[in-house]
Design a protein around this ligand. Structure first.
Ligand code: CA
Length: 650
């Protein structure tokens, strides 16, 4: 018989030992009692399992880490379990899907010891929307490295997945991958290998049984660790944490294994769970466990909307006459920002950008400037480059542009998740905050709770965004389905700069397959602290007044987000609230007409609203709703169509 040692602990912190002390289990429940995590030590190996209302979502799954100076994956003995602790945290976010957040969890810390008498603590926090856990090493003073993490996620048979393949390092355009820019593989059985050796990117969505949902991700990854992913292989449905590839960032110069000094706490592993998709979409777990804001005065962090010429015109969009047209658009629309993209230093130069910045500010618009992140880790030619990776140069640059009245930066092409890259992200955010600059990362990694810790990070790409729909017809063909996956995956855990809203039927020769109302719904469906619109000035001129009015008013930051209806890859209906305003938006990911009857009884009583929907022949229609839209309201949504309903409480 295998020796099975663990701890069984209920709310009353009772330790249960069977007769021969061979079998123990620890169970930690969420405040509402629905989510439970079981910790098991079997033959000295640590495991955990996750259940929701009694249904197994994760079977016993491996835990542990291998340090350069000690192995914590086996031969462990239990030392102690902390008392049950109830954690409550309240915080506000200047942007994001919810402005005021309250986190409640039950917490326990399990202390284990290896034969060398080195100790590892595993911290579990279980909230109503899932489990978060991390490893801690309490000894002090030693410098070591983390060689490998054994953490896994073992799904029951019959589980299906929505997974984002992680591109291999130093592939893609000018060797800029990995950049979290691929389509999800939709509703596939677990156990299939990733098409790439690099594995699968976070976040990863799973459906267990008919109604059990799991979203895996990580949070609290800072300069002390690398960004992780799920490894390529998942035989039997067991997915494992994997480290970056050896040639990411500067290759062999930067070690894969994070260098750490003890005491040390690892990033959080997140297992977001829900019965149905509401809990997944509305979860704030990624920010709940992230470190609190390090930016003391956040008054410069203004969420907003931005005009952006590059999507339509590439670097020709950086010519002054084109930028002036986009500035007119931003000013007319009351948008807060305009993004000046690649090669501005060569095409315009600093002096003319300074003049443009002044001109923009006089019209209530602030500028965001593009930068290439490198360094020598990619071959991407766009400039300015070599201004971001050296601390002195970067700070000098930030000083210079902040004196020009520039409000933000977009930094592109990072191509890696090693500790060295995490350090670069952190240093950019820290220095930018000092110069009151907001930051948008592109060609970038998934933000892992950073929007809370460094709220000047207003958005990040880390998505196969609208630009890809302009590069290749195959991507445009998949846009509707892709848009119906992102609200359940990527956008759950961090702001996402998809750059939505293109109204022309063709862009760069590629035919857009979505309807006009689908495009107009996206600024509500996709959350981004700065929403960069793909809309060109000539497209805006052709829009009906009600659509322009909507684009003038649609918020970029929300008090509250509600999942209303939908299924990943098929359709999605979301509602977001800002003050007295509710926006209910829907997009249809499939090539067939749908009749949607979402329950809208949560809308304020006695409200009036405007519904924007698809008309015949690629047009937009509006309809005023005077009565309270109730659950009897039905919406006809054409193939790849959508609608958006703006309701304000009277
Ligand atoms: Ca990109």
């Amino acid at each position: 018989m295998k020796q099975r040692i663990g701890f069984l602990m209920g709310a009353a912190a009772v330790i249960f030992l069977n007769g021969c002390q061979r079998e123990q289990a620890m169970i930690l429940q969420s405040p509402d009692g629905n989510v439970s995590v079981q910790f098991i030590l079997e033959d000295g190996k640590p495991f955990y399992a996750v259940r929701l209302e009694g249904e197994t979502l994760l079977e016993p799954s491996p835990l542990g880490l291998v340090r350069a100076d000690g192995d914590f994956t086996g031969s462990l003995k239990p030392i102690s379990i902390s008392r049950l602790e109830r954690i409550t945290d309240e915080y506000t976010m200047p942007h994001g899907k919810q402005s005021r957040i309250r986190y409640q969890a039950n917490r326990r810390v399990i202390t284990l010891e290896n034969p060398q008498k080195q100790r590892m603590e595993i911290v579990f926090q279980v909230s109503n929307d899932g489990a978060a856990f991390r490893y801690q090493f309490p000894e002090s003073g030693e410098q070591t490295s983390m060689e490998r993490e054994a953490t896994g996620f073992a799904f029951p048979r019959e589980t299906v997945s929505w997974l984002h393949p992680m591109h291999d390092s130093k592939t893609g355009w000018e060797k800029t991958y990995p950049s979290y820019e691929s389509h999800y593989e939709i509703e596939k059985p677990v156990g299939r290998p990733s098409p790439f050796a690099a594995g699968w990117a976070f976040p990863a969505l799973f459906r267990v049984g008919r109604t059990g949902w799991v979203l895996l991700s990580e949070s609290g990854v800072y300069e002390t660790y690398c960004g992780c992913r799920l490894g390529r292989d998942s035989e039997g449905g067991l997915y494992r944490i994997a480290f970056p590839q050896a040639d990411e960032h500067r290759g062999p110069q930067d070690p894969v294994a994070p260098a750490v000094r003890l005491p040390f706490a690892s990033p959080w592993r997140l297992v977001i769970v829900g019965r149905g998709l509401e809990t997944i979409v509305q979860s704030n777990l990624a920010t709940d466990v992230a470190e609190e804001s390090k930016v003391k005065d956040t008054s410069f962090i203004k969420p907003g909307r931005a005009a952006w010429s590059w999507l339509r015109y590439d670097t020709a969009g950086t010519e002054l006459p084109v930028l002036r047209k986009f500035l007119d658009l931003a000013a007319d629309m009351g948008w807060e920002y305009m993004l000046v993209d690649a090669d501005w230093d060569r095409i315009l130069g600093y002096d003319r950008v300074a003049e443009l910045s002044k001109e923009a500010q006089n019209r209530g618009v602030e500028l965001i400037l593009w930068y290439n992140s490198n360094g020598d880790w990619n071959n991407a030619p766009p400039t300015p480059k070599n201004r971001m990776h050296l601390p002195d140069v970067r700070r000098e640059e930030f000083k210079r542009i902040s004196e020009m009245g520039i409000r933000g930066i977009k930094v592109d092409f990072f191509g890696g998740d090693k500790q060295a890259t995490m350090q670069l992200y952190r240093e950019i955010l820290k220095d930018a905050a000092e110069y009151n600059l907001v930051v948008n990362f592109h060609g970038a990694t998934l933000p892992r709770g950073w929007q809370r810790t460094w709220p000047n990070m207003v958005t990040t790409e880390a998505v196969m965004g609208m630009e890809y729909c302009t590069f290749d017809q195959r991507n445009a063909d998949r846009q509707p389905e892709h848009a119906c996956v992102l609200p359940f995956t990527r956008n759950v855990v961090a702001p996402m700069d998809f750059t939505p809203v293109v109204m022309s039927r063709r862009i760069r020769g590629v035919r857009r397959v979505t309807t006009p109302a689908f495009e107009l719904a996206l600024p509500v469906i996709f959350e981004s602290g700065v929403q960069h619109f793909g809309l060109a000035p000539f497209e805006a001129e052709q829009l009906p007044d009600f659509a322009l009015e909507y684009l003038k008013n649609v918020p970029a930051a929300w008090d509250r987000t509600r999942f209303v209806a939908g299924y990943p890859g098929k359709e999605v209906v979301l509602a977001r609230q800002k003050g007295a305003h509710w926006y209910v938006a829907a997009v249809n990911g499939e090539n067939k007409t749908k009749t949607l009857s979402p329950d809208l009884s949560f809308l304020p009583k006695g409200c009036s609203g405007l519904l924007i929907k698809d008309g015949p022949d690629d047009t937009l229609l509006s309809q005023t709703i005077h009565e309270r839209p109730d659950s009897a309201q039905t919406f006809q949504v054409p193939p790849y169509g959508g609608f958006v309903l703006h309701v304000s409480a009277n």
